[in-house]
Design a protein around this ligand. Structure first.
Ligand code: UD1
Length: 315
């Protein structure tokens, strides 16, 4: 469990029943009063830790938001329409949830004078011109999801500059870890782990030479806690590790660590896939004191352990 300077606060976590939000909630609940607002669209009630106050509600519902924000000192805004594909199918829905509701949340935070830590995404960079990607890289999002995350990332700065709201945006790279349940829209690691444990072929899309910066969930929790307590405000930071791994290496590592007989097969490359993504994390290091602590191999081991105990692979 990540040590944090956050104690004795009342904290709202939107999306607190989801993957990232629930890890934050579990870390913070012992020393703080945690309120979770989650519509349970993709999150799960069982992710809500004991001791947290749970409000089942949609962030688009102003009344639910008002109730959730009452008396809080800090908000972690993790609720979102997280599926890139779903956002491509329905841009207005993505806009309503990812932008519209976030604007309402920023307004409420402004009214109540509450600090906000906002989940932004590497998706705002689209196809980067070069790696590592620093925060000044051109923003050419390649999906409605990326456009929406870019929008709230920019609104966060506006709310700081115009209204003095204390807000930090965290641009997550490829987050992975226990509790990230495999599904058609889930991260590649959860998909490969589930395939390997079920003895199914591991499906690498394309030749596997594409690279990603995989950041373990504990380090994402660490970044959030630092952003909530830092003197820094009005800025956005990349949250990754600064290291890149090829997708082929991910598949091989999973093959080895699971001890599966499952073969690695190559399928068609994903349309519009990003070739290389790797964060320059020097700004987060300097301004927040962020330092990734979990190696890719160790993170994978912890995630695998969780899958072995929590998932029932289909026979
Ligand atoms: C991730 C985020 C996305 C964000 C983007 C920003 C997730 C789930 N998605 O997308 O929200 O917009 O970063 O850059 O974290 N792959 C396979 N086989 C599979 C599944 C995936 O080979 O079965 C490959 C993909 O083709 C891709 C890589 O793995 O090259 C990573 O895919 P994925 O985990 O979906 O994440 P991103 O595409 O990086």
């Amino acid at each position: 469990m990540t040590a944090t300077a956050l104690t004795g606060k009342r904290i709202l976590i939107t999306g607190g029943a989801g993957f990232i939000g629930s890890h934050l909630a579990r870390t913070l609940v012992a020393e703080n009063e945690v309120v979770i607002l989650d519509a349970l669209t993709t999150g799960s009630r069982s992710n809500v830790p004991d001791g947290a106050t749970f409000i089942e509600g949609d962030i688009r519902d102003d009344a639910a938001l008002e109730r959730a924000i009452d008396g809080v000192d800090v908000i972690f805004h993790e609720a979102a329409l997280v599926s890139v594909e779903r956002a491509i199918d329905d841009p207005p829905l993505s806009h309503a949830i990812n932008v519209g509701a976030t604007l309402s949340l920023l307004e409420a935070a402004r009214d109540h004078d509450v600090r906000v830590v906002l989940a932004s995404s590497a998706a705002i960079y689209g196809h980067p011109e070069s790696v590592p990607i620093d925060e000044a890289e051109p923003k050419t999002p390649a999906s409605p999801y990326g456009i929406d995350k870019h929008s709230i990332d920019q609104y966060a700065r506006q709310y700081h500059d115009q209204y003095g709201l204390e807000v930090v945006a965290l641009r997550y790279f490829n987050v992975f870890g226990p509790g990230q349940v495999a599904g058609p829209y889930s991260g590649v690691i959860s998909i490969f782990l589930e395939q390997a444990l079920a003895g199914e072929s591991i499906t690498v899309e394309g030749d596997g030479s594409q690279t990603r910066d995989f950041v373990y969930i504990d380090d994402v929790v660490q970044a959030n806690c630092l952003a909530a307590t830092s003197a820094t405000s009005g800025h956005a930071f990349n949250i990754g590790t600064g290291q890149a791994v090829t997708i082929r290496e991910v598949a091989e590592q999973i093959q080895e660590q699971t001890g599966t007989d499952a073969a690695i097969v190559h399928t068609e490359p994903r349309a519009g896939d990003i070739d290389h993504s790797r964060a320059d994390i020097s700004a987060a290091k300097a301004a927040l004191g962020y330092e990734p602590t979990v190696s890719f191999e160790d993170g994978l081991e912890h995630t695998l352990e969780w899958y072995r105990t929590h998932q029932q692979p289909t026979p």
